[in-house]
Every structure is written in structure tokens, then in C-alpha cells.
Design a protein around this ligand. Structure first.
Ligand SMILES: [Zn+2]
Length: 342
């Protein structure tokens, strides 16, 4: 990446109201058939345009073609029954009705590759594509077949690796795996979670990232955060092993979060996507606030490895709020870039 402090988002962006109901997760589509296919493409174009206008350096599809960051990928796999749902506690935090794994999981055809090709044709900027991580996929399902979270995660890692290689082949520059579950199941992360992640990126000759956050700004998450005390030290449990792993970039939450910034020293040497935008509030950050978060992070991350970003996806926010926040992100990064270049 030639630009210093290249900006990007952690993933999702709001969808237009003609495509899906705004400001909710798992929002049902408002179109069907060919209209839905065209609508998703149009929304992707609008989302890309907004990323250009707000000044982002690394762009994405804004996840306009998916209903949810985990379930949309799983829907395309064999071995999972979406009719037969069970209620399970996900992220050890809240109940959700989830599909059941009833047999061997496999991917018969690519899931996002056509969408990525479409995005590639619209832009010359670097593209980042998000996929769910193996552990977070396992944690969003009821497993009635493998009866082992580790085994199922390994199978998903193999599938994700196939998809990731095809995404790279159509021109994706950075492939990101979303692993909010890494912030909850520390023992499993260290035993097999990181191993599965490394299986998912095996042989991939593009940059790779893992996104670990405290979730969208939904009530179940904000309630959970209230129980975490004055210092959020969860990253401390998984950073040492991640620092040793093959993953290139670690995407994490910083602004307005109680994560002690010095924990970044545990991943020294890695590129870091620093969350300088809070996704759990409608208050739009000022560029100076963004700059302050970045300056703090620069105490622990080399300037050429710092990627200003958002704490998590912005899908549940109003579009105007999201636009304001992205503008602040780009302007804040520009302030610090000038300081570094002075
Ligand atoms: Zn997130």
C-alpha cells in the first residue's frame, strides 16, 4: 500500500431503504428475483460511490449483497438445514434461532466471487473482502453432525480457503475473516481457532486480515459490554498467539472502547486496522478525535503498518450517520498523515 495510513471500514455499510429495511440486522430483502439481483448491484455501486466521496482508500462491497455477515455465507453450503432451526446461545451472550448442520458441509459453487468480480470492474482502488471466520461460523449454528466445534471449524476453514483463493483470483487485494468469537472463547482460540484461521489462508498470495471486535452496536452487545468492567483486556488472551500466526493484518476496536491501548504492543510487527470510529453511537466523531486515537495507536504501531478503520460494521446505522463517520475517518487520517510527513 503506497498511501500512508490507508483508510477502510471493518465491513458492512447501511443498505438503501429500497433494498432492505434500514437500521436493523437480518433485514429482509424488499425485492425478489431479477429485481433483487439488479438491486443488490445498484446498492453496491451506491455504497462504493459513498466510499469514494467520503475519501476511503481501501474500498469494499459494503456487504450490500448479504443479509448477514455469517448466515449469508452458510446459506450457500451443503450440509446445513435452514428450515430446521434451533435456538442456541451465540458468543456465549444471546439466544438466536440458527440453522442446523445435519451432514458433511461443502461448497458446491462460489458464494461471493461474482459479486467481487462486479466490484473489481467498478474500481481501481484496493479492495478488501470480508468472510466469516471458521470459529464464528461454528458459533452461529447448531451442530447435529460433527458434534465437535473444532472438527466443524476445520471443515469450514477448508471451504473458506477455496472461496478466498477464488476471490483473490478475481482481483481482491485483502481478504478479511470476521472472528468476533475470538473475543469470547479464549481457550478454544488458542487451541484450535488460530490453527483453523491459518488453514483458511493457506497458500493465499494476497494480504489477509482478521477482524476481532466487541460487536455491532445492538442491545445484546452494549449490555454485555457493561459487564466487562473498566478495562477490556480480552485481546490480551489471544494477541500473543496471533502475533505468531501467518495472518498479516489484525483489525480491532479502539475508539470509545475500554481496550487499554498498550495491548497493541502484543501484536508488534503486524499491520493493524485501528478502529477509530465507534459504531455503537450516532454521535459523529470529529476528525480531531479520530486523529487522537490514531496518535495513541502510533505509540505501539509503526506508521507504515497503521490502517485507520472503524470498530465494526456500520450496517445498523442511519446512512447519514455512517457517511458522517466515514468522512471524519478520512479527515482524521489526513491530519495525522500530514504530521507524519512534515
Ligand atoms: Zn465487528
Amino acid at each position: 500500500m503506497k498511501t500512508l495510513l490507508p483508510t477502510s471500514t471493518a465491513g458492512s455499510l447501511p443498505k438503501p431503504s429500497w433494498l432492505a429495511q434500514p437500521e436493523v440486522l437480518w433485514s429482509p430483502w424488499k425485492l425478489e428475483g431479477q429485481q433483487l439481483i439488479d438491486g443488490k448491484h445498484d446498492a453496491l455501486r451506491v455504497s462504493l460511490q459513498e466510499q469514494y466521496q467520503t475519501g476511503l482508500d481501501i474500498v469494499s462491497d459494503g456487504e450490500q449483497t448479504r443479509q448477514h455477515f455469517v448466515t449469508t455465507f452458510i446459506e450457500h453450503l451443503d450440509g446445513v438445514d435452514f428450515e430446521n432451526r434451533r435456538t442456541v446461545k451465540i458468543r456465549d451472550r444471546y439466544d438466536a434461532s440458527v440453522p442446523t448442520v445435519y451432514g458433511p458441509v461443502s461448497r458446491q459453487k462460489p458464494v461471493f466471487v461474482e459479486d467481487a468480480k462486479f466490484l473489481r470492474a467498478q474500481t481501481n482502488k484496493p479492495i478488501k473482502w470480508a468472510l466469516p471466520g471458521p470459529m464464528t461460523m461454528v458459533d452461529t449454528l447448531f451442530d447435529d453432525h460433527y458434534k465437535s466445534r473444532e472438527k466443524l471449524a476445520w471443515e469450514f476453514a477448508v471451504i473458506l480457503n477455496q472461496e478466498a483463493k477464488e476471490l483473490k483470483a478475481v482481483g481482491v487485494d485483502i481478504i478479511q475473516f470476521d472472528e468476533p468469537a475470538f473475543n469470547v472463547f479464549f481457550e478454544e482460540v488458542n487451541e484450535w481457532g488460530i490453527k483453523c484461521l491459518e488453514r483458511a489462508i493457506e497458500g493465499l498470495n494476497c494480504e489477509t486480515a482478521v477482524h476481532i471486535c466487541y460487536g455491532y452496536g445492538i442491545k445484546a452487545n452494549t449490555d454485555w459490554k457493561k459487564t466487562l468492567g473498566s478495562e477490556w483486556r480480552q485481546y490480551e488472551e489471544v494477541f500473543p498467539k496471533l502475533q505468531q500466526s501467518n495472518i498479516d493484518i489484525i483489525s480491532l476496536e479502539c475508539h470509545n472502547s475500554r481496550v487499554p491501548i498498550e495491548l497493541l504492543s502484543l501484536i508488534r510487527g503486524k499491520k493493524v486496522m485501528v478502529g477509530a470510529i465507534d459504531v455503537a453511537t450516532n454521535t459523529i466523531e470529529t476528525p480531531e478525535e479520530v486523529a487522537n486515537t490514531l496518535r495513541e495507536a502510533l505509540r505501539y504501531v509503526d506508521a507504515d503498518k497503521l490502517y485507520p478503520s472503524t470498530n465494526c460494521g456500520l450496517a445498523p446505522l442511519a446512512r447519514e450517520v455512517a457517511r458522517g463517520k466515514l468522512t471524519a475517518l478520512a479527515k482524521g487520517a489526513e491530519i495525522v498523515r500530514k504530521e507524519l510527513e512534515a
